[in-house]
Design a protein around this ligand. Sequence first.
Ligand code: XMP
Length: 515
Amino acid sequence: MESATGIVILDFGSQYTQLIARRIRQQHVRSTIVPCTISPKDLGKLRPAGIILSGGPSSVFDEGAPRSDPAILKMGTPVLGICYGFQLISHQLGGTVRPAPHREYGRAQLEIIVGSGGSRLLRSLPSPLPVWNSHGDQIVKLPPGFRQTGKTETAVAAIEDPERRIYALQFHPEVHHTAHGDAILANFLFEICQAPADWTPKSFIEQTVASTRKTVGDGRALCALSGGVDSTVAATLVHRAIGDRLHCIFVDNGVLRQNEFSRVSAMLRRLGLNVTGVDASERFLRKLAGVTDPEEKRRIIGNEFIYVFEEQSTRLGEIEYLVQGTLYPDVIESVPVRGGPSATIKTHHNVGGLPKTMKLRLLEPLRELFKDEVRRVGADLDLDPEILNRQPFPGPGLAVRILGEVTRERLEMLRAADAIVDEEIREASLYESIWQSFAVLLPVRTVGVMGDQRTYGYTVAVRAVHSEDAMTADWVKLPYEVLERISNRIINEVQGVNRVVYDISSKPPSTIEWE
Ligand code: XMP
């Protein structure tokens, strides 16, 4: 018999579904996310060692609440339900779920009640255990055959039927705020599912190269390179699979940073990729003229990008695939992953803004990875640390860092200010420890005084954040001397700017970019 593929996660729309997948990969076990509506037959084809039912924004009582086929609980494969998954299991197996009189959000203390048989899921954990909750319903009667293994002050928090190997937790073991969450998941993976620990960046590379070869066959692919780690890793992976049948295009969209087009073009050629540089700056800027709405800017830039690619593909003849370095955080904040039910925050251009007439099919080998995972894959592909450590830069570039209309004059100011931020952050040896550091041009003009003259100039906001995966971020406590140098230089060197402010907001509730 062939070995199992690892853990299959049924997505009920939680913002944390991918976090579950990632925590599992961190323990070197493969994980696959599928829509919660998957049939037991299709699920069986994946040969899972274990199944996880994710959380989700719904209540089991909501009309149209997502449901998985109850037969999945009878497949004999171990199951772990988390939050909504916990309530759904109870509901489908004959327990009673009710709206809770006290909704539980945030931190709670889990008291573990394992009794005489012990719990394989909660084995070796201290009690009480700080856990992280986010739910409005609770279980008031356990399903037949289940026992309670944990409770918080107000609710049943952990139940299991060890005979049927079905386990369920009201809290989220995948989030950072749950203490020993990794140990709970490890118990499920290894004690209960005996999942093989064979997922590594190397196995990801082998698998992706093999599946890309199979998908593309004798065809050819076009890759949109940006010079960032994501598209470079994606291109290198696909290049390994299909060699020179991959054609790379690097587009100057008019909203790149200072000297970026020439610098990045040279760097990409050094990698041995077959790259064509296309200067399309004029047409992008023409389309952006007069546009102030951020989502409209994203849509225009996304569409124009794809039109440029289509033209290039026509020029090259017979190309069917478009390779993009889309990562998971781009996906979760734009569209539900694989058809699951979660909310849109920003349409990141390379995911949300594809024109309906697009003729190229998408290849997105990094679609389920987080940035740090991509860097590890890149290191295994022997990519230069300079590429691997480049801070992320958004697809719509400076267009979402010039608030309001993008004009040549504003672009010039922002480029100059941004170059200063970049130089000073590198000079202070902070570049690699910071997730992103950059300048934003505000359309606000304020009064200043320079050389006894009144000025009425623009404001530049400086933003620097620490983050692990762009899902959450905290502002960096930059040393005052660095802030001082940045501010002095911008005001002295960038004509038209007379004020510099520092952004001290975290994500959430703010986002990293201002638009
Ligand atoms: P936010 O601003 O949503 O950004 O906190 C999260 C991460 O995504 C980048 N970003 C984008 N990347 N297209 C992209 O390719 C976009 O439209 C876009 N908007 C934001 C942002 O720089 C950060 O790394």
